[in-house]
Every structure is written in C-alpha cells, then in structure tokens.
Design a protein around this ligand. Structure first.
Ligand code: THU
Length: 274
C-alpha cells in the first residue's frame, strides 16, 4: 500500500494527510494498482509552482498541479510526488463555485492519474483522463458519505432496546439536503409491537419535516449483511422509492442496493400508481 507523505507543512484546515491517504487508497484500488512505498505531496504557493513548471517543463506560467514519477524503486522509497498550488486551487474553486477541498481533491486525483500513466497531451486522451478524474471524485464522495452514514448507524445500534431477540440493529438515513436521522430497534413485551431501526430513523426524519431521502445504512452485530425487512422496504418505498440501501456487516464491510431492486413490486393504492 502506498503511504502518503507531506513534504511541507500544509494548512490542515483544508485537507489533512489522512484525507489524502484515503483518497489515494481509493484511486489506487479503483485503478487496480497496488504501489508500495510512498507518495509525496506538497502544497505550494503560486510563484513556487511557476518556478517548477519553468524548470522541469520549460513553460513559464502558473499551473495548478504537477506530478513527478520517480519510478518503482526500493520498497520504502518515494515513487512519486504531487505538487499542488493552493492559491491557484483557491482561485479555481472560487471561479467554479465549489469548496476548495473539492478542487484540491480533483487536482490530487489528476496528478495521481498522471503518475499511473494517464496523459492529457492530446484532446482524445485529455477527455478520457478528465472523465476518469471526475468519476473517481464523484465515487469517492459517495464512498465517504456511505462510510459516515455507517458510523452513525453503528452509534445508534448501541441504543437498541432488544431484550427479547438480543439482536441489536442501528440505522442512519440521509435526507437529500444531507441531514441525518438515526434509529435503533425498539422491542416490546407484546412482540408484534416491536419496531425496526430503519422505521425509527425514517419516522424521525419525516416527523422533522423531511420526506425525501437519498441513502440509508443498516448494521447489526451479525457478520451477515443487515438488509431491511419487508415491512421496512414498503415504508421506505412510500417516501423514497429511489433510496440507496447500504447493508452492512458488523466489521463495516457493506454492499449497496437500490430499493428498486430489493423491492421490485411494491404495494401501491391504485390512485397512486405511476
Ligand atoms: N430488526 C431491525 O431493526 N431491522 C431489520 O432490518 C431486521 C430486524 C429488528 C427487529 C427485532 O427487534 C430484531 O431485529 C429481531 O428481529
């Protein structure tokens, strides 16, 4: 596995080493590359990157990212370096009206793809590379959102009231605007009155005024994927037929499903049929 190193002091408020490590792992895994050794990252000023561009590429201009491939050498050595100009990234983020962290992430992916052999010297390969970088950034966003939802579901599971089944479940559901509601299963001496974690989470959201949900993560203490029961599928379908279900095992590994595939033929009142 590649270890990400910082070769200068970064303003950690924008992007931490741990964040870039996760991003590098994600890109390398998706590109089916497993590099040992280290990847060095430097965030530099405008004049510094201009100097590097002039020195190594003979072009006297500001740029946003430069990468250097040092090739595969000994196990613990640095095989590549990515230099990003933070002020340039900030300007570009402002122009594109996106957070600086997103722009830096994009530039990091772009630099890393160069190190993995992608080129952008002609329009055709540039198109391929840009599309790949964009799709990796979008997928990484989803990956992070899923991880964060799973963490919240895990926390909610600790509050499960399951004295009868001893099967503890936690769920976390995200609204379209990003707000998250959590739930745990709540059992009753009259067994049939038990409510699943998913419905508790969903009802908390609906009762807070949210009706459109993008994703739900579910986790129990089992090594099997925790999938919603039929009743919960029906209830989820009522509000968000397109919701993504992140069924998680106790170790945090997961599989994603669309509710449509889990619940292909829902019950609807004929007046509601599409
Ligand atoms: N349970 C959930 O909370 N969610 C599911 O998806 C399946 C089952 C709960 C209900 C009950 O408290 C216990 O797990 C055993 O069925």
């Amino acid at each position: 596995m590649t270890k990400v190193l910082f070769s200068n002091q970064l303003p950690s408020k924008i992007v931490s080493r741990a964040f870039l490590q996760e991003l590098a792992n994600f890109v390398l895994e998706n590109e089916k590359q497993s590099q040992s050794g280290s990847l060095s990252v430097a965030l530099v000023g405008k004049e510094e990157i201009r100097k590097l561009k002039r020195e190594f590429f003979g072009e006297d201009r500001y740029t946003d990212v430069i990468s250097f491939n040092y090739g595969l050498t000994e196990k613990d050595s640095i095989w590549g370096e990515i230099v990003i100009s933070l002020p340039v990234a900030e300007e570009q983020a402002r122009e594109r009206n996106i957070p600086v962290k997103e722009e830096v992430s994009y530039l990091f992916i772009h630099g890393l793809l160069h190190l993995l052999g992608y080129e952008d010297s002609d329009p055709e390969s540039k198109k391929v590379m840009t599309e790949r970088a964009k799709s990796l950034l979008a997928e990484f966003g989803k990956f992070q959102a899923r991880k964060s939802l799973i963490k919240k579901a895990e926390k909610a599971r600790a509050l499960a009231y399951a004295p009868y089944s001893r099967f503890q479940v936690g769920a976390a559901i995200a609204g379209r605007e990003g707000e998250v509601f959590t739930g745990c299963n709540i059992e009753n001496a009259s067994f049939g009155l038990t409510v699943c974690a998913e419905r508790v989470a969903l009802w908390k959201g609906v009762s807070a005024g949210v009706r459109d949900f993008s994703r739900i993560a579910i986790i129990s203490t089992s090594s099997q994927l925790c999938l919603p029961c039929g009743a919960c599928r029906q209830v989820l379908y009522q509000f968000s037929p397109g919701i993504e279900v992140v069924a998680t095992r106790v170790d945090g590994s997961y599989q994603c499903f669309s509710l449509k595939e889990l619940f292909a033929f829902p019950f609807t009142l004929s007046s509601e049929e599409e």
